[in-house]
Design a protein around this ligand. Structure first.
Ligand SMILES: *Cc1c(COP(=O)(O)O)cnc(C)c1O
Length: 217
């Protein structure tokens, strides 16, 4: 099941687009099915769940964090991940930097752009991201590497709305990339909208349901 889903998604993804398997709420034996089919990048959205799964999975798994991260949970996440995709405030960015200084680690991050209509959605505005990227460029945040942007489109079946959301983040991504060569990653697209995302410069798609089925707990 999992292996079949993975191979059909991989066939459809253009070369150079990374598949991030979103494994939140799925037990480790399902993750191992994906691992045994060759998948190496997994993403979790809750610190405790990530920290519990890491020691149960092979050591060459590349973990990403994609959920809201509170600054008092950094030690459950930062030692294990190669990328925090969901940095949604300057406060969090500074806390990750401070943790990195204390623990001698440089953390790769994506800045989450607030996309879509939902009031509750986390994230920076485009203006804030432009400011943060130019500040980080001045080397004030030495233990952070800002690698790009992450966004979630409006939760709707109206693909024109999704298209507009992805166009907005794509435009900002291209603008940032033109001035900062460290910005190389655009993480957009989930189950349901990833084919749209790959038409808008996605370099990573984050797919859960289309790989693992409905979440189990
Ligand atoms: C859960 C989640 C996904 C994956 O969602 P699916 O619809 O299951 O593919 C992608 N990105 C983020 C930030 C998520 O929280």
């Amino acid at each position: 099941m999992v292996a079949k889903a993975l191979s059909s998604i991989k066939e459809a993804l253009p070369a150079g687009v990374e598949l991030v398997a979103v494994s939140k709420f799925h037990p480790v034996d399902r993750l191992m099915e994906a691992y045994n089919a060759g998948q190496r990048i997994f993403a979790e959205s809750r610190p405790q769940e990530l920290a519990a799964k890491v020691p149960q999975m092979p050591s060459d798994v590349r973990w990403h964090f994609i959920g809201h991260l509170q600054t008092n949970k950094l030690k459950l996440v930062l030692p294990y991940v190669e990328l925090v995709q969901s940095v949604d405030s300057l406060h969090l960015l500074e806390a990750i930097n401070a943790w990195g200084m204390a623990n001698n680690k440089v953390t790769d991050v994506l800045l989450e752009l607030h996309l879509g209509a939902e009031e509750t959605k986390q994230g920076f505005t485009a203006e804030e991201i432009l400011t943060v990227v130019s500040r980080a460029g001045t080397a004030q945040l030495k233990n952070i590497r800002i690698r790009g942007l992450m966004g979630m489109a409006t939760n709707t079946d109206d693909m024109e709305v999704v298209e507009r959301d992805f166009e907005r983040i794509e435009r900002l991504f291209l603008e940032l990339q033109a001035v900062n060569p460290q910005i190389t990653e655009l993480s957009i697209g989930m189950s349901g909208d990833w084919p749209v995302a790959v038409r808008h410069h996605a370099t990573m798609v984050r797919i859960g349901t289309d790989i693992f089925g409905p979440r189990e707990y």
